[in-house]
Ligand binder design. Structure first.
Ligand SMILES: CC(C)CCNC(=O)Cn1cc(-c2ccc3c(-c4nc5ccccc5[nH]4)n[nH]c3c2)cn1
Length: 264
């Protein structure tokens, strides 16, 4: 279908609240990913306010490792999001295909994530949902965090758990001790540790049945394979700390020996 200024190409993915298409502007040939949300579905899902808030947040973000939302518009039935096109698609597909990443590549990805998270936290944005399924890869192999909060994943070998995977939840969300504002930005540090582990090992550190996963997260029960370098193990151990206050800060991640060794 054509949409005035856009030529629409192949579908890039589909989620609960919308489909994403490759698109190009007729005038300048600018390539983007056009996401179409149906207002009726948003109303049914009672997520219009959340979508407006997400649009507001994402429109103000500009970082090489955060997927851009260039703009949005709507007609009577649909909302259109003009998103950055990531030339090499979804990171989780690369991870599943490779099984796991070599330490140099994993370190580069973690360094880029730390840089993106530092930027988001400085703008008081907490991602809360960091996992391979929410990361895209740009044309030059750089990663781009996106928030697929809207999509339930088609069965194509994404995690099978119904409510989205528990694997990345930090202990303070499993066992909410301090009810108020347990969503502080340190939840992203825990998830960064889970991500590093999954990049290097090929599975999440607490992966188990849902009940066991929750118990293992709450107790911080995981084993790091001994074939990882000492530095990689050290970084994972310093992020997967039960007490949010004791987790390695992003600045310290960026200057950790494991990162410095692999990132020019
Ligand atoms: C409410 C709002 C502001 C949320 C905005 N965020 C999203 O909608 C999250 N989202 C991003 C996408 C998405 C999906 C796929 C792509 C791609 C993409 N590039 C590909 C290259 C090869 C194969 C598949 C590809 N998908 N580029 N940009 C994308 C963006 C889908 N949902």
């Amino acid at each position: 279908f054509h949409l005035g200024m856009f030529e629409i190409g192949k579908p890039l993915g589909k989620g609960k609240f919308g489909r994403v298409y490759l698109a190009r502007t007729r005038s300048t040939g600018f390539v983007c990913a056009l996401k179409v949300l149906h207002k009726s579905e948003l109303q049914q899902g009672k997520v219009e306010k959340q979508v407006r808030r997400e649009i507001e947040i994402q429109s103000n973000l500009a970082h090489p490792n955060v997927l851009r939302l260039y703009g949005h518009f709507h007609d009577s039935k649909r909302i259109f999001l003009i998103l950055e096109f990531a030339g090499r698609g979804e990171l989780y597909k690369h991870l599943r295909k490779a099984g796991k990443f070599a330490e140099p590549l994993a370190a580069q990805y973690i360094a880029q994530m730390a840089s993106a998270l530092k930027y988001l936290h400085k703008k008081h944005v907490i991602h809360r949902d960091i996992k391979p399924e929410n990361i895209l890869v740009g044309l030059h192999g750089e990663i781009k965090i996106s928030d697929f909060g809207w999509s339930v994943h088609a069965p194509n070998n994404r995690r099978k758990t119904m409510c989205g995977t528990l694997d990345y939840l930090p202990p303070e969300m499993i066992r909410p001790g301090r009810e108020e504002n347990w969503y502080d930005e340190k939840v992203d540090l825990w998830s960064l540790g889970v991500l590093a582990y999954e990049f290097l090992v090929g599975e999440a550190p607490f992966e188990d049945t849902p009940v066991m996963t929750q118990r293992r997260i709450a107790r911080g029960e995981m084993t790091i394979p001994t074939n990882l370098s000492a530095e990689a193990r050290d970084l994972i151990k310093r992020l997967l700390v039960l007490d949010p206050e004791k987790r390695l800060a992003l600045e310290e991640v960026e200057r950790h020996p494991w990162i410095l060794r692999h990132c020019v």
